[in-house]
Design a protein around this ligand. Structure first.
Ligand code: NAG
Ligand code: NAG
Ligand code: NAG
Length: 310
């Protein structure tokens, strides 16, 4: 009877281990202790399984809409990597990441976050990599910048940001790599952010190749005194440069289309205003022109590229 009971107990333990969506591994040589889960719909009950000496937590392919406060505090003494990618996270409570003073990597890509509040990063001063790519982030609390002095890699591409206080990036004195493309940036903010990062010698990993060209033109226009960002005068100057460039570069057939417009930029802008869009402001028209041009820039570069710098 006793033996049966032991067999039964072992069997249940074995089953539980097999059925648990989490696995823990301790690597003796490197002293790494990892805890990895997938297909979770709730966090606390599974995190209880993890050892206190865990250095890496990876949870992915899950559906955890909210990360409760103090979720990881128990691992504060050792946790260096917290990877919660593709886990359906919409919100994290104020103290969700409290106590993670050793954390170097926080990976939150591929979730459903819409805002990044400053309170996530209190005392997270060791953080070197913050990956927020592929979310729906519309805003980032500027408070996070002074808190992340050791940040080296900051990825927030594929989000919904249209503006940012580029000056705040100066707080990130150790920043080395950034990804910020595929956000609906207002052009002036994108330009300013690019310059700010260039000044800080930060590598912009996902720089849209053709934007590079455009950005150079915007800078050129500002520096030659044609206007200050975000004035439309700068856009008009860029459009003018693009048209002159097009005129010089394109085939006779294309030229005839451009030539129909006056070389007075303001008139050019009106000339090229899309006829099917009603009620556009000049600003929107110029933007549209820039967007249209951006789609043909690759072929322009192939044709002849006196403006391509790198
Ligand atoms: C972590 O803790 C577990 C359980 O206490 C232990 O078995 C393991 O050896 C520890 N690993 C390290 C690297 O300290
Ligand atoms: C920029 O984003 C903010 C926050 O999501 C939004 O309220 C605003 O309407 C957006 N502006 C533009 C021009 O898209
Ligand atoms: C613009 O037109 C004027 C004459 O109307 C001409 O002198 C000038 O060279 C033109 N500029 C460009 C960039 O084509």
């Amino acid at each position: 009877m006793k033996r049966l009971l032991i067999i039964y107990l072992l069997y249940t333990l074995f089953q539980a281990a097999l059925l648990s969506p989490c696995a823990k591994v301790s690597y003796k040589q490197t002293n790494d202790v990892s805890f990895q889960c997938t297909k979770l719909t709730t966090l606390p009950q599974y995190l209880d399984e993890a050892w206190t000496n865990t250095t890496t937590i990876v949870i992915f392919d899950s559906n955890i809409p909210n990360i409760p406060g103090h979720s990881f505090a128990r691992f504060g003494a050792t946790l260096m990597t917290l990877d919660l990618h593709e886990s359906g996270i919409q919100t994290c409570d104020a103290q969700a990441f409290v106590g993670l003073t050793k954390l170097k990597k926080l990976m939150l890509w591929g979730n459903k976050l819409t805002y990044v509040p400053g309170n996530w990063f209190v005392n997270m001063y060791s953080l070197q990599t913050l990956d927020l790519s592929f979310n729906f982030i519309q805003g980032i609390d500027y408070m996070i910048f002074p808190m992340l002095g050791n940040l080296e890699n900051f990825y927030f591409d594929y989000n919904q940001l249209n503006s940012t206080d580029y000056n705040m990036f100066a707080y990130l004195g150790n920043l080395k790599k950034v990804k910020f493309s595929k956000n609906p940036w207002k052009w002036a903010y994108r330009a300013r952010l690019t310059w700010q990062l260039e000044n800080q010698k930060v590598e912009i990993l996902d720089m849209w190749e053709d934007w590079n060209w455009m950005n150079t033109m915007i800078k050129d226009c500002v520096e030659s005194g044609r206007g200050e960002l975000p004035s439309d005068k700068v856009l008009e100057c860029v459009v003018e440069k693009l048209l002159v460039f097009t005129y010089e570069t394109f085939s006779v057939h294309e030229r005839s289309r451009v030539a129909k417009c006056s070389n007075q930029t303001s008139r050019l802008v009106r000339c090229i205003r899309p006829s099917n869009t009603i009620g556009n402001t000049d600003y929107e028209t110029v933007l549209r022109i820039l967007e249209d041009y951006s789609t043909i820039l690759p072929s322009m570069q192939r044709a002849l590229s006196p403006f391509s710098l790198k």
